[in-house]
Write a protein that binds this ligand. Structure first.
Ligand code: ZN
Length: 336
């Protein structure tokens, strides 16, 4: 059944608050396969299952102002040489694609740069590292990557590293919190103006990081346990810890984690965050191109106006929807 076009109200909200998504792994595909951000993709099934979700034409169609691209390196051991290189190569990919058509996409670091790019008709590309193993144990790499435009660093991915333990994956240890190096990393990120991302961190580590944070942290892509019971999701205590520091939580678009297909599960997770910690703490964290099969209507950025409609239909105010779509992410960037 074809989906009805989005309402004028949804279009107006998005025009006022053009969405920023906190996490998509598109550059991983660019590094592997030369995936072209400039081209509009209509990926065939089953390829569409895992990637091919984000490109500039579809970002514009969905009304987006900027996308955070996750920089992924999957370590096979605790600390592996060469992980930083893998991240640099993904940034090289983005740089090369920007150089081809700088009027279409621009590396952005700040809220002002996002708004300027928008006025000039370009989409903004923001960078975030997924997993601190990519620093190869060297805190000075925070500055190296910050200089290349990286705006957040996720402490963990699917394996134990120098900073702590993952919520799930190799080296999982639920009773262990952040390591001393992990605490130093939080501090170094804040000194360098880099946002701390707590996605994939175990609960103890997340609470530890929030306790010492002096700037707003984020959880870039997650579901919440209060809406659906799954190991990938965070509980209300974690939500409060993040929100108490002014942080935001991006809701993932993966049916496995949100508990079903369609817009309703995503709405339910966003509503739970708003109900528990308020409308300043909720954001978008699609995980597009991250080996997930996104929920039908949000299979790519063109679904965002429909999500705005579903949120409005659930009783959320226009200003709350604008915060979720864009303004909360902008605020965290400003405060970093
Ligand atoms: Zn992830």
């Amino acid at each position: 059944m074809p989906i009805a076009p989005p309402s004028d109200t949804a279009r107006a909200v998005l025009a006022e608050a053009p969405p920023i998504d906190l996490h998509a792994d598109t550059l991983m595909w660019s590094r592997w396969t030369g995936y072209d951000l400039h081209k509009a993709h209509e990926p065939p099934l089953p390829l569409a299952a895992f990637g091919g979700h984000v490109d500039i034409p579809r970002m514009l169609e969905g009304g987006m102002s900027a996308q955070f691209f996750g920089l992924v390196s999957l370590p096979l051991a605790k600390s592996v040489r060469g992980m930083a290189r893998v991240v640099h190569e993904q940034i090289d990919q983005l740089d090369a694609q920007i150089a081809r058509r700088p009027g279409a996409i621009r590396l952005v670091r700040t809220a002002d740069e996002i708004e300027r790019a928008r006025r000039d008709g370009a989409v903004g590309a923001l960078l975030g590292i997924e997993g601190a193993h990519a620093l190869e144990g060297d805190l000075d790499n925070v500055r190296v990557f910050a200089r290349r435009g990286v705006r957040y660093i996720g402490l963990l991915h699917f394996s134990e590293n120098e900073a702590g333990h993952p919520a799930y994956g190799r080296g999982r240890k639920d009773e262990a919190g952040l390591t001393p190096w992990g605490y130093d990393l939080v501090q170094r990120c804040e000194e360098e103006g880099v946002i701390v991302d707590l996605a994939h961190v175990n609960k103890r580590g997340m609470i530890d990081a929030c306790r010492v944070a002096r700037k707003p942290p984020i959880v870039s892509h997650t579901g919440v346990l209060g809406a659906f019971d799954h190991w990938r999701n965070i509980d209300d205590e974690q939500l409060r810890a993040v929100a108490d520091k002014g942080g935001v939580v991006g809701v993932i678009f993966c049916p496995r984690y949100v508990g079903g297909d369609g817009l309703e599960p995503v709405v339910k997770h966003l509503r739970h965050i708003v109900d528990v910690v308020g409308e300043d703490a909720a954001a978008l964290g699609s995980d597009w191109d991250g080996f997930i099969i996104p929920t039908g209507p949000l299979k790519d950025p063109r679904g965002l106006p429909h999500l705005a409609d579903a949120l409005l239909a659930s009783g959320m105010s226009r200003s709350a929807v604008a915060k979720i779509m864009q303004q909360n992410a902008l605020r965290v960037l400003r405060e970093a």
